[in-house]
Design a protein around this ligand. Structure first.
Ligand code: PLP
Length: 232
């Protein structure tokens, strides 16, 4: 087994996909508090392991991402916003990111669409779903997905790419699996209406193999890649 964390994760992803008879999902590397130098080192490791393909990197906060996106311009990194987005940060998010995975209300759809510069490729958008109905969690309820999808599909500045979820890290693997299965059913229904919605983003360090087995096409991994978050 490779000792480099990135190589090890890519191996585990391949094994999980093969075992489930599914296509290999995309990896979004998640930085949390990582700085531009650490991301640059990861981009170099990525280029060595996956020459010619693009590293996707996930950030939780618009302000934290801004200086890193600027510092790493030209490195070919694809930037994903994976954290909650406040409406008053939507314009900045539309300028900085290639993907926003946390769209969960109509107000964000119009704010992102009107802010995306007309000359740029459409902003890739995932609808975040609160699949297990956890109180106080971001994401729309599953019944809101069709209307939100219509709103996104109606805006040429946006491209509807699918769904994202952060299921509760429940101790019972059966409960975790059920959340992933529910997301896959939602995603299949969405894709039937919107063929551009090719992405199901679910699974993190603790559960990405289970998520892949249940149909994730994109996993978001931080801790397993960088080690535990440094104490603040
Ligand atoms: C932090 C975070 C991840 C990665 O979590 P790990 O458990 O560190 O792999 C994935 N998605 C979102 C939305 C996150 O905030």
């Amino acid at each position: 087994m490779p000792t480099d964390p990135l190589a090890r994760i890519l191996d585990s992803m391949e094994n999980a996909a093969r075992a489930a008879g599914r296509p290999l999902p995309r990896l979004v590397a998640v930085g949390k508090t990582r700085n531009a130098d650490e991301i640059a080192a990861l981009a170099a490791a990525w280029a060595a392991l996956r020459p010619g393909s693009t590293l996707a990197f996930g950030e939780n906060y618009v302000q934290e991402a801004a200086p890193k996106v600027v510092a790493l311009e030209g490195r070919g990194i694809e930037w994903h916003l994976i954290g909650h987005l406040q409406s008053n940060k939507a314009a900045q998010a539309a300028a900085l990111f290639d993907w926003v995975q946390s769209v969960d209300r109509p107000k964000l759809v119009s704010a992102l669409a009107s802010a995306r510069a007309p000359g740029r490729s459409p902003l890739n958008v995932l609808i975040q779903v609160n699949v297990d109905g956890e109180a106080g969690k971001h994401g729309c309820t599953p019944d809101k997905v069709p209307a939100l999808a219509e709103a996104i599909a109606a805006r040429p500045a946006l491209k509807l790419r699918g769904l994202m979820a952060i299921p509760e890290p429940h101790p019972d693997p059966g409960v975790r699996r059920a959340a992933f299965v529910a997301m896959r059913a939602l995603h299949e229904a969405l894709q039937a209406a919107h063929p551009t919605a090719d992405t199901l983003s679910m699974g993190m360090s603790a559960d990405f193999e289970l998520a892949i087995a249940e149909g994730a096409t994109m996993v978001r991994i931080g801790t397993a890649l960088f080690g535990p978050r440094p104490a603040a």
